[in-house]
Ligand binder design. Sequence first.
Ligand code: PRP
Ligand code: ZN
Length: 299
Amino acid sequence: MKPRDRLRIAVQKSGRLADTSQELLAKCGLKFRQSRDKLFCFGESLAIDLLLVRDDDIPGLIAQGVCDLGIVGRNVLRERQLAAQEDGDAPASRELRALGFGRCRLAIAVPQDMRYASPSDLAGLRIATSYPASLAAWLRVQGVEAGIVELSGSVEIAPRLGTADVICDLVSSGATLVANQLREVASLFDSEAVIAAAIDTPPDERGELLEMLLRRLDGVLQVRESKLVLLQAPRDALDSIARLLPTGPRPTVTPIEGSSDEVALQAVCYGAITWQHLEDMKRRGASNLLVLPVEKMLA
Ligand code: PRP
Ligand code: ZN
């Protein structure tokens, strides 16, 4: 493989993760110029390029060293790692960060009218899936012997076609299952988009670029969950009100012009503020509550 000095990230070309993956990289300050074939995006702001590919190809591209990083579902990464393990190979990629989007789960679903009480009811059945290694590992743990029918797509119609009895597939909203008269009975694991990387960090400038990208990403991920809370309250109620807020840096308290005992509180919170939070704070004496999104943060 020719040595590279630019970091290369594989992202899904089209599909569930495609848009959000590119938006996330844009929030990290990455700008790209797309090539004519729309497969390669040259990084204009930093020495970081994108390769737009099928999500299932991403772990392989990382393993071969064609790409240094990838944004891919944990389900795809895990399947590849388990398959390598079955073949007696060392893992070639690892998960660096969970990204909080593309949430779904790998689940067993059975026809609506099939009796199911526990995994042992799957014994002797044929299970259609695109995730044979993940399914085999789960069946082993459950101590259940069943047939695995590997399909690359349209898994959900297998029971109706008679090519399998039940399925093991990704479930997100559950709409696909409902449309195919299937019901979810067990979940193998939860998945979401993750940053995947080769086991070893490149020992050159790419390694430094990778570290920088992760630092920016951590900032973006933290900001996404963060809120600025503004409120007014009697000074002696502040402690009990502040205790209700999710954690964050020490809040700022300022006096209010013309009021001797009311103060204003300004707090950055790392976490969601629900209506329940607001009502609880109001009950303890807070007023004029405002919750604002945070755009950028540098501690
Ligand atoms: C998955 C899965 C189901 C569907 C479930 O496929 O194979 O078909 O999503 O989603 P739902 O519960 O919201 O209906 P996906 O579109 O991600 O494509 P892929 O697995 O072929 O990459
Ligand atoms: Zn796919």
